[in-house]
Write a protein that binds this ligand. Structure first.
Ligand code: GLY
Length: 365
């Protein structure tokens, strides 16, 4: 990895530039970036949740008012429990009342729930309208805002209904991390560390070496970290935008992580569950001789330093394994488990046994 900052990178699909990811230390450049999209005659609906609305809606709405014909907002109650079709239906109603047409634009201002939900509404309203991502949590800045996965939960199944729909811009203001609570920040770090583990040992080592600055949310360190993570995610989604193969490696830690998340009734944040799943998957890698005990210990030490607990209480490992069978990452009834063949080299493995999973879970339960 080339550790350097860049405030813009372009995501391509089939060799064609589709959207830019702009990383800034404030909302100051938002006007200019939206202005460049040529939507000055269109309407914008800002979709955000009740938490983010109280922090940033006024400021962002003020900026966007200067970039388009009309700005409205749709605010829904914060939390994963509202990432569902009912909230999407309310958003459709709002857009219909406001006479939004196919050329108007939605803006997702918030974390992963907001980005996924707004993106799904954008993918489906009038068979598809354009949307912009303004991610405000670490997890959404490094992961969910990039790559065009959109969707909502259905019954108790996470992201069960969705669509691939690319944003027209991702604008990341790193300074909003200052208002992010500790739990959300450390959950985001679960995904950040995962990016290093699956694809870039140099980036992973940089993260371990810069733990203190990142933990203190030093703006320069956070900017470098987010750009580094964005590079990895961009590389993967450009190779395999629709998760036929390579993109599945981003699911490292997700098979057991999702099962834990479901059994915990989504009360444990996604990034934390991914970190637990990653610790368990690393245990499988260690017992297969793919990574060393020292490398597993380094991961556990780093997770701890970033405030991520690698222990979950009150779950039964057999129930966790049973829950993996409903994972939508299964293919023809076979679990596509992501393992590492050394730090920085993820691959898809279809041979992981229940006994291996059970042993691995003992590392986190
Ligand atoms: N969060 C995993 C992906 O975007 O594929």
């Amino acid at each position: 990895m080339n550790i350097q900052n860049t405030d813009r990178m372009t995501v391509h699909l089939e060799g064609k530039a589709i959207y830019d990811i702009v990383t800034a230390d404030s909302f100051d450049r938002l006007k200019e970036e939206i202005g460049a999209l040529d939507i000055g005659t269109r309407k914008i609906c800002i979709v955000t949740d009740s938490n983010v609305a109280s922090l940033y809606l006024h400021e962002v709405s003020g900026i966007l008012s200067g970039c388009c014909r009309y700005v409205t907002s749709f605010v829904f109650p914060a939390g994963e429990a509202h990432k569902n079709l009912d909230t999407v239906a309310s958003l459709y109603e709002h857009l219909i009342q406001e006479h939004f047409d196919r050329k108007d634009v939605l803006v997702a201002l918030g974390g992963g729930v907001t980005g996924d939900l707004c993106g799904f509404a954008a993918a489906t309203y009038l068979r598809g309208v354009r949307f912009i991502q303004i991610p405000t949590t670490l997890l959404s800045q490094v992961d969910s805002s990039i790559g065009g996965k959109t969707g909502v939960d259905f019954a108790s199944y996470k992201n069960m209904v969705g669509a691939f729909h690319m944003p027209m811009l991702v604008y990341t203001n790193v300074s909003v991390l200052k208002t992010l609570d500790e739990e959300q920040f450390s959950a985001g770090m679960g995904e950040v560390i995962k990016h290093g583990l699956i694809r870039d040992k140099e980036y992973y080592t940089w993260l371990l070496e810069n733990q203190a600055a990142i933990h203190e949310r030093d703006q320069t360190a956070c900017l470098t970290m987010i750009v580094g993570s964005n590079r990895i995610k961009r590389e993967v989604v450009e190779i395999d935008p629709r998760e036929q193969n390579e993109r599945a490696t981003l699911n490292f830690g997700h098979t057991l992580g999702h099962a834990i998340e479901k059994l915990m009734d989504f009360k444990l944040l996604h990034g934390r569950c991914v970190a637990l799943g990653a610790a368990a998957a690393l245990e499988i890698c260690r017992s297969r001789g793919l990574v060393s005990a020292e490398e597993v210990a380094d991961y556990r030490k780093a997770a701890k330093a970033f405030g991520i607990s690698l222990h979950v209480a009150g779950l039964d490992s057999k129930a966790v394994i049973a829950a993996t069978k409903n994972d939508k990452k299964m293919e023809a009834g076979v679990i596509r488990f992501i393992l590492l063949n050394g730090i920085g080299h993820a691959y898809i493995d279809t041979t992981v046994t229940e006994a291996e999973m059970e042993h691995a879970l003992s590392a986190v339960m």
